[in-house]
Design a protein around this ligand. Structure first.
Ligand code: DC
Length: 217
C-alpha cells in the first residue's frame, strides 16, 4: 500500500482489548502515514516489570505510585515486557489511579508532536487524546483473540494452552473494562472495527478508510 502524507497534527487513537489486533494495525497505520507510534501498553508493562524486579507485591499501589514517577522507560528490553505473566501484572497496575495519572503527561507529550502520532491502548480516545480526529476501537471475539495470542506465544516459545489463554483474555477484559479509572470502552466518536473475520491487510484497508473519512471532516 502506498505511503500517505499526514496532515499537520494528525493524531490517530487506536483502542481495544488485548490481542484484538490493535497493535499490529497501529504500527501499520504509523508506517502508512509516516507518523511516530507509541504502544502505551508497554508503559504499563514497564511499571509492572519494575515492580516485580524491585520485589514489590504487584498489588502494592503505594509502591507502584512512587515507581511510576521515577522509572526509566529506556531501561527495559522489549522482550522482557511481552510475556503472558507481565501482561497480567500490567493489567493489575493499570487499574491503579496513581499509575494512570503518572503516565498521562508522557503520553500526551508524545501525541503533541508537530506532525501528529499514532497511539494505541485502552483509553487513548477517551482520556489521553479526547480531541483526536481519528479514533478506532478495534475488537475481535475472545476466541479469535485467544487463537492469535496462542500462535504468537508459540512463536516466542512460550508454552500455553488455548483454554488457558482464553481464560486470561476473559479475565483481563473484565479487569480492564470493570475498573473505575479510565475503563476500556469505545469513545462516543470512535469507529468500531471488528477484525474477527479480516486478514491484517483487510483490517488495515478498513482502518485507512476510517482515518481518511475522519481527515476529510
Ligand atoms: O495492550 P497491552 O496488552 O500491552 O496492555 C497491557 C495492560 O495495560 C492491559 O491489560 C491494560 C493496560 N493498559 C491500559 O490500561 N491502558 C492503556 N492505554 C494501555 C494498556
Amino acid at each position: 500500500m502506498s505511503v500517505a502524507q499526514a496532515p499537520a497534527g494528525l493524531v490517530i487513537a487506536v483502542d481495544g482489548p488485548a490481542a484484538s489486533g490493535k497493535g499490529t494495525l497501529a504500527r501499520r497505520l504509523s508506517a502508512h502515514y509516516r507518523l511516530p507510534y507509541l504502544d502505551t501498553g508497554l508503559l504499563y508493562r514497564m511499571v509492572a516489570r519494575a515492580m516485580l524486579d524491585a520485589g514489590h507485591d504487584i498489588r502494592d499501589a503505594d509502591a507502584a505510585g512512587r515507581l511510576v514517577l521515577t522509572f526509566d522507560d529506556g531501561a527495559f528490553a522489549e522482550d522482557s515486557l511481552r510475556g503472558r505473566e507481565i501482561g497480567e501484572a500490567a493489567s493489575v497496575v493499570a487499574a491503579m489511579p496513581a499509575v494512570r495519572s503518572g503516565l498521562i503527561a508522557r503520553q500526551r507529550r508524545f501525541a503533541a508532536q508537530p506532525g501528529g502520532a499514532v497511539l494505541d491502548g485502552r483509553d487513548i480516545g477517551t482520556v489521553i487524546c479526547p480531541q483526536a480526529p481519528a479514533k478506532l476501537f478495534v475488537t475481535a471475539t475472545p476466541e479469535v483473540r485467544a487463537a492469535r495470542r496462542h500462535k504468537e506465544l508459540a512463536g516466542r516459545g512460550e508454552p500455553a494452552t488455548f483454554e488457558g489463554i482464553l481464560a486470561d483474555i476473559r479475565r483481563r477484559d473484565a479487569r480492564d473494562s470493570g475498573r473505575s479509572d479510565a475503563p476500556l470502552r469505545a469513545a462516543e466518536d470512535a469507529v468500531l472495527l471488528d477484525t474477527s473475520a479480516l486478514t491484517i491487510d483487510e483490517a488495515l484497508a478498513a482502518a485507512i478508510a476510517i482515518v481518511e473519512s475522519r481527515k476529510a471532516r
